[in-house]
Design a protein. Structure first.
Length: 245
């Protein structure tokens, strides 16, 4: 029954992905570049940091960057929590050049999250719940996020060195004031764990943005992630390659 339930979810995500293509897309395929690092201290404590930049076209016209870091705690079994903060800069996407034009948002953000993981055979499922406190250029805001992430190893049962895997996720962003549905992100991609310290994940992401209220936009990106992980074996948990974003 559980397998049928998750298969239905995946089918719905795919249907939603193709449905949004019928609406207006912003011009060009952008790039979404992420570098993530994770250091595990022991069975319970770990820390993560991440940097990223985004462009409106293929490695040109960069309009966004962020950096953030947090400390996490593994509870027994499959639950973990994290407290983190970061800095986020958004420039006018219509201005040509890299980080040109007006700054649309200069944001400092604090957030708390809980992650619940479970397996259905070799399919790895991650439920991520996040609460954000956002200090933006237009004032203080709260936001809530939920991400359903799946990882499917192909040539091994678990993600380990020399493993190819597929990755699909959907993430919803909800505000506590209008517009309530601010964003939705759908990702389809594949990854490869080169060794115990380095994993690559690339794919296609579609981002729906309703932050402007009446100006709803969809933007397609080519996303590439490099994930560095050190001493993750100390957690005693099965590895789940995942970015912090």
């Amino acid at each position: 029954m559980k397998m049928k339930f998750y298969k239905k979810r995946v089918v719905l995500l795919i249907a939603l992905f193709f449905a949004v293509q019928s609406y207006g897309q912003t011009d060009g395929l952008g790039t979404w570049n992420v570098l993530t690092g994770k250091l595990t201290f022991n069975k319970k404590l770990f820390t993560m940091a991440e940097m990223q930049v985004r462009s409106q076209h293929m490695y040109s016209d960069f309009t966004y960057y962020e950096y953030k870091a947090g400390i996490g705690y593994n509870f027994p079994k499959s639950l973990s929590a994290m407290l983190a903060m970061g800095h986020y800069m958004t420039y006018d996407p219509m201005a040509p050049g890299n980080f040109k034009g007006n700054v649309l948002n200069n944001e400092f953000r604090i957030w708390e999250q809980f992650v619940l993981e479970n397996n259905i055979n070799r399919v790895k499922i991650e439920h991520r719940y996040r609460i954000e406190q956002r200090f933006t250029s237009t004032g203080y805001k709260n936001r809530f996020r939920y991400r359903l992430n799946t990882i499917v190893p192909l040539n091994h049962v678990k993600v380990q060195p020399k493993t190819w895997f597929l990755s699909v996720f959907d993430e919803v962003f909800i505000n506590n004031e209008s517009p309530f549905l601010e964003q939705n992100r759908i990702f389809f991609g594949a990854g490869y764990e080169l060794n115990k310290n380095l994993t690559f994940l690339g794919g296609y992401i579609n981002r729906f943005d309703n932050s402007g209220g009446t100006n709803q936009t969809w933007k397609n990106y080519f996303q590439i992630n490099a994930i560095l992980s050190f001493d993750e074996f100390k957690s005693g948990r099965e590895k789940m390659p995942s970015v912090l974003d």
